[in-house]
Design a protein around this ligand. Structure first.
Ligand code: AMP
Length: 390
């Protein structure tokens, strides 16, 4: 256990495990508040490392390096939940890790996460653990088809998952797990997907951002707008449910709850992320306190800021695919002065890779969505996209 003070004041040094865009935007927020930031990951010239004070490059399994990193900082947080538990445990022997290793342990494994949610009474789609082809056949008999089979660990943006539509797909679907443990989930015929990003402090203080509504393309987030177009009672329920989850996990820091809204108006938790979230990026330009500053405040033991949005807002992701026919036309996108561009400093634009995003406010979420979608379309062509349907 660490003996360092629970409150980490500006001027201190924050440590981040992981070095992607979430770490980059956390680092920018932390530096604005006068903190120093050290980044730890196996890579160099990373999105977060480029803006941090120090970039530690070593394997997460290199516990000597992890100790050296932890000794140089006053608190550790992460921007990537697939950090091995030995890494966070090693840090925790030296400094506070927030959220703690237990939160990481639960949320980095889909079966543990769904089991945790179910045993604490939070609504999830029926699921089964899959360790053999027989387990999979039994799960199909119990829960029916269609269904989704996912690897229990290391899945994100739809990676490591497939939909099963008929029994004839069972052998191939099981082989696709390649020996890894799986989770079989009853298919949710959802009406929409929403998320709640919320923070909890050391003394149990809680703040949630307004509910975000998310549209995906090929399982990757494409567009978020806020507030979500759902009835007020579902908004209240989403936030209450999120509060309950942060309490049950005793999160100190941020946690995102991804939810399905079913056609009958029921909420089901799809996934938890113990950190800031892609759907929260619109807070950068329209919230009193953005999600990254809120993470800094929560992990440092400072009072939370207001998560209020100054107007409805939207965010459109920029994936590497936009670079296929050359550098996107940034000037055209920015012709709308209400549109803001965020790029993550990634040198190589691969298809599906998150390179940046656009945000905009508006008098309605529809107007804000139109702004970011039109700006994004101008990056690669003069053709305008179909307006989003609400
Ligand atoms: P995940 O990696 O679990 O967040 O899944 C990525 C996306 O796949 C989700 O945002 C959903 O669009 C879809 N998905 C995941 N699980 C299910 C499910 N049980 N039923 C229907 N769609 C799902």
């Amino acid at each position: 256990m660490s003996t360092k003070s629970p409150v980490v004041l500006p001027g201190a040094t924050l440590g981040v495990l992981g070095s992607g865009q979430l770490g980059r935007m956390f680092t920018i927020a932390a530096r604005r508040l006068g903190y120093r930031v050290h980044i730890f990951s196996p890579d160099t010239d990373t999105p977060a490392g480029q803006v941090g004070d120090l970039e530690f490059t070593a394997a997460y399994e290199d516990l000597d390096k992890v100790r050296e990193f932890a000794r140089g900082v006053d608190v550790v947080t992460f921007e990537f939940e697939n950090v091995p538990s030995a890494t966070s445990r090693t840090c925790a022997e030296i400094v506070p890790v927030r959220p703690d290793g237990e939160v990481l342990h639960v949320t980095q494994h889909r079966l543990r996460e769904k089991t945790f949610l179910q045993t604490h009474g939070f609504p999830v789609t029926p699921f089964r653990a899959i360790r053999s082809e027989d387990d999979l056949r039994q799960a199909v008999r119990d829960l029916g088809l269609p269904a989704v089979l996912k690897t229990a660990s290391f899945g994100y943006d739809g990676k490591g998952q497939r939909k099963i539509r008929s029994e004839s797909e069972i052998p191939e679907a099981f082989a696709g797990l390649r020996g890894a443990e799986g989770i079989f989930e009853a298919y949710v015929d959802f009406e929409k997907e929403v998320s709640v990003v919320a923070a909890r402090t050391l003394d149990g203080g809680f703040e949630a951002f307004p509910v975000f509504e998310n549209r995906h393309e090929n399982h990757i987030l494409d567009l978020t707008f806020a507030p979500a177009a759902i009835p007020p009672e579902l908004t209240r329920e989403s936030i209450q449910l999120t509060h309950g989850i942060l309490e049950a996990l005793k999160v100190v820091g941020l946690l995102t709850v991804e939810l399905f809204v079913t056609r009958s108006g029921q909420l089901l938790v799809n996934e938890l992320a113990p950190r800031t979230h892609n759907s929260g990026h619109l807070t950068l330009d329209v919230a009193t306190t953005c999600q990254f500053e809120q993470q800094v405040r929560a992990v440092c033991g400072l009072p939370l800021g207001s998560p209020r949005l100054k107007s409805p807002a939207a965010m459109a992701n920029l994936l590497g695919d936009r670079w296929t026919s050359g550098t996107p036309d940034w000037a055209s996108a920015l012709r709308d002065p209400e549109v803001k561009l965020h790029l993550y400093g990634k040198a190589e634009a691969r298809p599906g890779r998150k390179m940046g995003h656009l945000t905009a406010g508006g008098t309605t979420e529809e107007e804000a969505s139109r702004r970011v979608l039109e700006a994004r379309a101008r990056l690669t062509s003069s053709r305008l996209p179909n307006p989003p349907s609400f």
